[in-house]
Ligand binder design. Structure first.
Ligand code: ASP
Length: 309
């Protein structure tokens, strides 16, 4: 694997291998016994992804460099490529990048060549592969396998990178993927059937809710009736199958896409997803660093197994 940019580049086998590794790390944490510098370059706001990458890096024993846009040369107009190349020159061993452009990695590669791996922590409306992997881990823990499972992704599909990464990966893994969206939020370039929220709650094994991506809208979206028309209300949740789970990448708009009482309900896996983000990112880092030859088996220490089920 080259850079970790898109779910479309990952085979079913690679996804399964990383998920297995993440599950092993959850039970027996691992550390890397070598001085490596991780550089986190975030050009869009982030709470979970940034902190979770940083916890993953620190748990692995890595040195962490964080770039803050305000204090950097980006405000002097430095390009993303030049910023990335600078981190490579000063000794970063890999980069974690979030940027509002849909295809920032292509833009970097058009400008020149990076000789260290890059991990996509969110590219515009297109891809969020590490979020997708933690979502898959959450579903695997629940169902063992997603093959034949009905997964409904509901909300602002067209502006959501989470929807796109998940839909494509889940389809590859054999899940039945459905979309549910308010008028104007559909993305008809993707080949998945649309159903209403009332239909969604009846059939879903996993119901993945999405935040309305206000920052990517040209006009302000009114949300007064959103919950009752398109969201997960208490009444709709009561019609979900007993084994079905509620997911959300967060941040959550409580009372908009989901009734606030459901956020920490028995069927919700929202905080579990966040916890899984750390294990999955540790597994992805190890996987890619090994593929690049930056580390090998001898550089990895396995800690004592924890008592987790
Ligand atoms: N945190 C996710 C993302 O970065 C979802 C969201 O922001 O709504 O795409």
């Amino acid at each position: 694997m080259k850079h970790f940019i898109s779910m479309q580049q990952l085979s079913k086998e690679t996804m399964n291998q990383i998920l297995k590794e993440a599950e092993l790390i959850r039970k027996s944490p691992k550390t890397i016994n070598k001085q490596l510098f991780a550089a986190n370059l975030f050009f869009e706001p982030s709470t979970r992804t940034k902190m979770s990458f940083e916890v993953a890096q620190r748990k692995l024993g890595l040195e962490v460099l964080n770039l803050y846009e305000e204090g950097s040369s980006l405000i002097k107009g430095e390009s993303l490529y030049d910023t990335a190349k600078t981190f490579e020159a000063i000794g970063a061993d890999f980069l974690v990048v979030r940027h509002p452009s849909d295809y920032w990695m292509d833009e970097i590669e058009e400008e020149g060549q990076l000789n260290i791996p890059v991990f996509n922590a969110g590219s515009g409306k297109e891809e969020h592969p590490t979020q997708c992997m933690l979502d898959l881990l959450t579903m695997y823990q629940e169902f063992g396998n997603v093959e034949g499972k009905k997964v409904v992704i509901a909300g602002d599909i067209i502006h959501s990178r989470v929807a796109k990464s998940n839909a494509r990966a889940l389809e590859k893994l054999g899940a039945d993927v459905y979309f549910s969206a308010a008028p104007g939020f559909e993305d008809h370039s993707l080949p998945f059937p649309y159903i209403t929220m009332d239909e969604a709650v009846e059939i879903a094994d996993a119901l993945m809710l999405l935040r309305i991506q206000h920052e990517r809208h040209i006009h302000k979206t009114e949300t007064d009736d959103y919950l009752s028309l398109y969201g997960l209300t208490m009444e709709r949740a009561a019609r979900m199958q007993k084994h079905a789970i509620i997911m959300h990448p967060a941040p959550i708009n409580r009372g908009v896409e989901i009734d606030t009482r459901l956020v920490e309900s028995k069927q919700s896996r929202i905080f579990k997803q966040m916890e899984n983000g750390v294990y999955v990112r540790m597994a992805i880092l190890i996987h890619v660093l090994k593929e690049w030859g930056i580390i090998n088996e001898n550089d990895i220490n396995e800690c004592k197994a924890l008592n987790i089920i």
